[in-house]
Design a protein around this ligand. Structure first.
Ligand SMILES: Cc1cc2nc3c(=O)[nH]c(=O)nc-3n(C[C@H](O)[C@H](O)[C@H](O)COP(=O)(O)OP(=O)(O)OC[C@H]3O[C@@H](n4cnc5c(N)ncnc54)[C@H](O)[C@@H]3O)c2cc1C
Length: 502
């Protein structure tokens, strides 16, 4: 049994960020992670000389202060912790391959991207510029604010006092969706579909359901701080956060699953692990999804999540491939999205995403090979209905893998005969490794809801906080880092500690 200031459940990027910042601030923390590695959906696994990203491969937040302002969160956190994560600049965020031969790359150089888009839609030149300028305005506002908790009244008052005009503008944008703003400037239906896929690429929702404010970060910072890949793969981020936590005296324990959050008189007081150990703390932070926290870890039925509040996003069918380098054309970009048909792109399996990070970091693949991560949406139900896991189940998995590889050959001809290794992961794999409810990418806002309706870090249970992609602002590594920073801010405030903004 231990007694700490803070217990963190889960060493995903959200959980590690809050633990690192609180430990740095002088609170004692212990983090329990059920898996053997840190990083959660942004972790790695190694096989036969390949280093595969388990999930995320495209990273924001490593820019300089001049480029991204307060949104270069990884750079700021690692500077504060005194740990290093060297990265490599990626010149293109995503290369889109869309119906009717429409191809566009979202280059780091904004003008290059806009010119490519305008070349396809010359009549919309003015609208394109005005629409993307609006995103820049939101980005400029957000990057000029220190990152803190929206639940801290003092933080909000100080922001409003220092930046009254910007706060008012941001409040206005908070009620807007990407779809609403796009339609204000753009008429062409194909171009509007492109705005949809720009949103879908990270929010898993179309433009109408994607908050304009979130898009203002993702679709603008790619031209400022840019996209960078950590040397040593995605796992380098979690590893560095663990190093920072331990450097300041915190503890991170792997292979330790939390089974229950212990409540006493409606307050969270500790956790019980699967091995029966009990640990107590003044505050508990859960990095599990909202459904796992309140559907499983908190046993009291009164705290169940209202199912009507959010949509449950799907999960993923993923292929981790080791591939002969010879099939990659000269100048092949790292991240790609393939849409074959606008009618079906939002259906399960309708859009293909792929990343080949060894094009940037050669250490991720053996000589003459590359890693290729190809994935598409799927659900646990799709795979559960094929139970039992017998030969037929395996055959279905092989067929799904083959079909995905065949579709990917549209941009990588010869792929099927260039595969050295193939590891297929269904949503059930994702659920099993990360204990995520239904293997889901996380809760999604319903159309018409605004970004501020995402849960913040405090919860209905006293002394229990939430962090990660179930919280504001949402999915993505930089977003969960943001939620970790705001959670640390809120807890410091509750503990009466002064807070230095990040
Ligand atoms: C296939 C895929 C591709 C993606 N690509 C990108 C990308 O390119 N760029 C990007 O920015 N984002 C990407 N994302 C999204 C991003 O990875 C996630 O939004 C983010 O990493 C989620 O972080 P988190 O801390 O909220 O949760 P998680 O990563 O889920 O971490 C939660 C941690 O808690 C642990 N845990 C859960 N329950 C318990 C328990 N009871 N006891 C102990 N430990 C527990 C889990 O094992 C896990 O390690 C991708 C996601 C996926 C799945």
């Amino acid at each position: 049994m231990t007694q700490r200031d803070i217990i963190v459940i889960g060493a995903g990027i959200g959980g590690l960020t809050v633990a690192a910042l609180l430990q740095w601030r002088g609170l004692s923390t212990i983090t329990f992670e059920q898996h053997a590695v840190p990083g959660g959906s942004a972790s790695l696994f190694r096989k036969k000389g390949y280093t595969f990203d388990a999930g995320a491969s495209m990273f924001y937040g490593f820019g300089s202060d001049e480029q991204s302002g307060s949104l270069n969160l990884h750079s700021r956190i690692f500077r504060r912790l005194g740990v290093q994560v060297p990265t490599i600049h990626d010149p293109v965020q995503i290369h889109y391959h869309l119906p009717n031969g429409f191809e566009v790359a979202t280059h780091y150089e904004r003008e290059k991207f806009l010119s490519e888009l305008i070349a396809r839609f010359p009549r919309e030149a003015n609208g394109i510029r005005r629409f993307y300028d609006e995103l820049e305005k939101v980005f400029d506002i957000i990057r000029s604010f220190p990152v803190g908790s929206l639940e801290d009244a003092r933080y909000l008052v100080s922001l409003a006092a220092k930046h009254p005009k910007k706060v008012a503008q941001l409040a206005y944008y908070s009620f807007k969706s990407m779809g609403e703003m796009a339609r204000r400037f753009i008429k062409d239906e194909e171009l509007l579909r492109f705005i949809d896929i720009e949103c879908e690429s990270w929010s898993l929702q179309d433009a109408n359901a994607t908050p304009f404010v979130n898009a203002g970060i993702c679709l603008a910072d790619r031209h400022h701080g840019g996209i960078r890949y950590p040397i040593g793969s995605s796992g380098a981020i979690g590893k560095a956060l663990v190093e920072g936590i331990r450097k300041f005296g915190g503890e991170v324990r792997f292979g330790q699953c939390v089974e229950e959050i212990l409540l006493r008189n409606g307050r969270a007081v500790g956790v019980r692990l699967a091995n029966g150990e009990e640990h107590y703390a003044k505050a508990i932070v859960s990095n599990a999804t909202i459904w796992d926290t309140f559907g499983s870890l908190v046993k009291d039925e009164r705290y169940r999540v209202d199912a009507s509040k959010f949509d449950v996003s799907p999960s993923w069918f993923q292929l981790h491939l080791g591939v002969d380098a010879s099939i990659f054309p000269e100048g092949f970009n790292v991240h790609h999205i393939i849409v074959e048909d606008w009618k079906t792109y939002r259906e399960l399996g309708g859009t293909i995403r792929l990343s080949a990070p060894s094009l940037l970091d050669r250490s991720c693949a053996p000589e003459g090979k590359h890693v290729l991560h190809v994935f598409t949406t799927s659900t646990v139900d799709e795979w559960r209905k094929r139970y039992p896991k017998d030969a037929e189940y395996e055959a279905a998995k092989a067929r799904a893998a083959e079909a995905l590889i065949r579709r990917t050959e549209k941009i990588l001809p010869g792929l099927s005969s260039a595969i050295d290794r193939c590891y297929a992961a269904t949503p059930l794999t994702h659920k099993r490794y990360l204990r995520r409810y239904r293997g889901s990418y996380g809760p999604l806002l319903k159309s018409g809801q605004i970004v501020l309706q995402k849960p913040q870090n405090s919860t209905p249970v006293k002394n229990l906080y939430a962090v990660g992609d179930s919280c504001f602002p949402g999915q993505g590594v930089i977003a969960v880092t943001y939620s970790g920073v705001s959670c640390a801010h809120l807890i410091c405030r509750k503990f009466g500690l002064s807070i230095e903004p990040l």
